[in-house]
Design a protein around this ligand. Structure first.
Ligand SMILES: [Zn+2]
Length: 65
């Protein structure tokens, strides 16, 4: 498995259960849950999080809270 070194970034994901779009840190260190339905969107792996939600696009310069 090849993985080039790149800086962490934010990505916009779509919840598989309620279709809410949410900004998530790519290297999340805790489980990320959907803010609407509570469904798990990403789980930490020690590196780039494993995403259960669909990644729509990078959110590098569009981080919103
Ligand atoms: Zn949801």
């Amino acid at each position: 498995m090849q993985e080039t070194k790149k800086r962490a970034r934010f990505v916009i994901v779509k919840c598989p259960d309620c279709s809410t779009e949410q900004t998530v840190f790519e290297r999340a260190s805790t489980i990320v849950a959907c803010r609407i339905c509570g469904s798990t969107l990403a789980t930490p792996t020690g590196g780039t999080a494993k995403f259960r939600a669909q990644i729509l696009r990078s959110a590098d310069n569009a981080v919103q809270s």
